[in-house]
Design a protein. Structure first.
Length: 353
């Protein structure tokens, strides 16, 4: 919708859907960068996309405000969301539970997200890591606020009712992309696409390299009897990079989310928060044990998956809110971490390890 591309294209006499082909090309390009440049490609593309996206976000926001005006933006928020458009505590979609979930997710998710921690671990000292974290957070929040303006502007221009032959269920998901495709002038469109491409390569490559490293170094290497040679270790990393790329593609093609993209990202992110509970609890509580750690990881992983399944299978799937299950997973994860650590302590004391 953003590219105004056709739904199908003809390739070698075959009438093929466009989106799977586009996904295959993008992931294949990211895989090529990962094999050719490794973490260097991540650093270079990350720098390029940061500069381009920062400029593009400012330009798009200026164009959106220029077209609709702040007065129309304010009126659109009041008309469609009322007081909840500005006060999340009275919003029907969010509310206190959602905000508490987000705060805990940010605190526990920071040390749980391997791609982010790998970048921080590569810095030369703690001061650089702190500065990088603060600046990254400020830019991310500012960028997010500006993108909210785009959504409100799209709502002001197109309205909340589906039009143009678009399916009513699909309309809220694509109207923003349609609006941006019409808003951005051709001279800037290519600039924005270049930034998006660099951002995609940087993000996917960081995932491919980080999670393959975690699987090989922390899962496979400890259980095999004979240590891997440097060459064997490298080849195993390459294999897992390819397998993860294939998994990303297949999951993106097969899975059709029933929840919003924001809910899906935060809910699946909650699945990793068990490691954040373990890290913080293990550092600051002497009685933390392996049993508590395993319990926290299991519950934080299982509960969000249950929510995703119920939303797809239950008759009243919409009643199972992501924030209830997400916050519940964190609270239960903390409780079972403490409970199992007390009931099943480690045989060796912390000082002996």
């Amino acid at each position: 919708h953003f590219l105004n591309a056709p739904s199908h294209v003809d390739v070698l006499g075959l009438h093929l859907p466009f989106v799977p082909l586009l996904m295959a090309g993008l992931i294949g390009l990211a895989l090529l960068f990962a094999y050719a440049g490794g973490m260097v490609s991540v650093i270079l593309t990350d720098y390029i996309q940061s500069v381009i996206i920062a400029v593009a976000v400012f330009i798009i926001t200026w164009l959106a405000v220029k077209e609709v005006g702040f007065g129309t933006i304010h009126e659109t928020i009041n008309t469609n969301f009322g007081e909840g458009g500005y006060n999340p505590f009275v919003s029907k979609s969010f509310g206190p539970i959602f905000l508490i979930w987000i705060v805990l997710q940010q605190i526990l998710g920071f040390p749980s997200f391997a791609p982010q921690m790998q970048k921080l671990a590569a810095t030369d000292n703690a001061r650089t890591a702190r500065q990088m974290t603060i600046l990254q957070w400020l830019f991310a929040q500012g960028r997010g606020l500006m993108m909210l303006v785009w959504g409100v502007a799209a709502l002001a221009v197109f309205g909340s009712v589906a039009s143009g032959g678009i399916d009513a269920g699909l309309y809220p998901k694509v109207v923003g992309a349609i609006y941006l495709g019409q808003l951005i002038p051709p001279v800037i469109f290519g600039f924005v696409l270049a930034g998006m491409l660099a951002a995609f390569i940087s993000t996917v490559d960081s995932y491919l390299l980080t999670w393959s490293t975690v699987l090989v170094n922390d899962v496979i290497s400890p259980v095999i009897r004979k240590p891997l040679t440097p060459k064997g270790h490298l080849w195993l990393l390459r294999i897992f990079v390819a397998l993860i790329a294939i998994l990303i593609y297949l999951f993106g093609i097969v899975y059709q989310p029933t929840e919003s993209l924001l809910e899906f990202i935060i809910l699946t992110g909650t699945m990793m928060l068990g490691s954040g509970i373990i890290l913080i609890g293990g550092l600051y509580w002497q009685r933390a044990s392996k049993a508590g750690a395993y319990a926290a990881v299991i519950f934080c992983c299982v509960i969000p998956v249950v929510n995703l399944i119920l939303k797809r299978t239950a008759e009243n799937g919409e009643a199972f809110r992501a924030q209830d299950f997400g916050l519940g997973a964190i609270i239960i994860g903390i409780l079972v971490f403490v409970l199992f650590s007390v009931i099943i302590p480690d045989k060796k004391k912390r000082e002996e390890i």
